[in-house]
Design a protein around this ligand. Sequence first.
Ligand code: SF4
Length: 51
Amino acid sequence: MENRSIGCTVKECKHNNNGMNCCTLERIEVKCHTPRAESPECTDCASFCRR
Ligand code: SF4
């Protein structure tokens, strides 16, 4: 299974499809970990789960 609409290279996540560089989930949550998002580095995938 893969969701090509969600590209992701975080291979340490159990939801990652290593071969396709994408997520296997139908839906993910993306959150901001700073008071205000100013760059991509301010955001995180909150659906990450360690393999
Ligand atoms: S849950 Fe988030 S970190 Fe994990 S594979 Fe999907 S997009 Fe990547």
